[in-house]
Design a binder for this molecule. Structure first.
Ligand SMILES: Nc1ncnc2c1ncn2[C@@H]1O[C@H](COP(=O)(O)OP(=O)(O)O)[C@@H](O)[C@H]1O
Ligand SMILES: [Mg+2]
Length: 225
């Protein structure tokens, strides 16, 4: 289901007193990279340096401030779609011109982030309530290591640091069924995203963990509250 449909559906369930996993507030927050970054920062969770610009001119300034290479992301989106790694000011001007010409609200807000020099992978920790259910690495030659872009998933035993950070990030956004994505930056782990409606087929295959079963148990727990 599309993000906007699910958001409205969740809000109506809430209105009629039907409990949901996850609640509207958590999905709304995590589904918007601007709001999610602010919350992570407020909670003291290490996250890549990010500047949000509201005009094309401000976006160029933000890129100068962040430094090159940098990453431009649409505030709402997934699967690594429509993100750009920007290597220099010339490229920045061209991408910003394209985004502005597209005219959609999603491309008029510029989410500018430092490019994290990570190994050819990122880390995903799957959180259900207060439990770390499973974790994996997603390996790819593409700098965007989304499973949807063909990254190869491998199961991983999370280190205590990974587990602690993922749990902190999950709690910071309100908790629930959440996939916390981390990158290994030269200065340590950073959380770049908390996914509020995570897919789990790749994780199940890579780890053998019954992720669906864990989610069902949690849904039952919420239903009994
Ligand atoms: N700042 C960054 N530096 C380097 N790689 C990044 C950065 N941000 C994202 N990536 C890569 O791109 C992928 C997709 O980014 P993400 O912010 O999770 O967007 P989406 O919501 O589309 O998945 C990440 O899994 C990671 O591999
Ligand atoms: Mg992601």
């Amino acid at each position: 289901m599309s993000h906007s449909r699910s958001l409205y559906a969740l809000r109506f369930f809430e209105h009629y007193g039907v409990p949901t996993v996850n609640p509207y507030d958590v999905v709304a927050l995590c589904g918007d990279k601007v709001l999610a970054s602010l919350r992570l920062e407020e909670a003291g969770v290490p996250t890549p340096r990010t500047v949000v610009a509201l005009t094309p001119a401000a976006a160029l300034k933000a890129l100068d401030e962040i430094g090159y290479p940098a990453v431009l992301k649409p505030p709402v989106g997934s699967w690594g779609r429509l993100m750009a790694k920007v290597d220099d000011p010339e490229e920045a001007e061209q991408i910003i011109e394209h985004k502005s010409a597209l005219g959609s609200p999603m491309h008029s807000i510029f989410y500018v982030q430092e490019y994290v020099e990570k190994p050819e992978r990122d880390l995903r920790v799957f959180v259900v309530g207060d439990e770390i259910v499973a974790a994996m690495t997603r390996h790819s030659k593409d700098w965007r290591t989304n499973a949807a872009r063909g990254a190869v998933s491998t199961g991983l035993r999370p280190t205590p640091e990974m587990a602690e950070l993922a749990m902190r990030a999950a709690h910071a956004v309100g908790g629930g069924v959440l996939a916390v994505d981390l990158m290994e930056s030269p200065d340590g782990l950073v959380v770049h995203e908390v996914n509020p409606t995570p897919e789990f087929r790749a994780l199940t295959t890579a780890t053998g963990v019954d992720v669906a079963g864990k989610i069902v148990d949690f849904v039952m727990e919420i239903a009994r509250r």
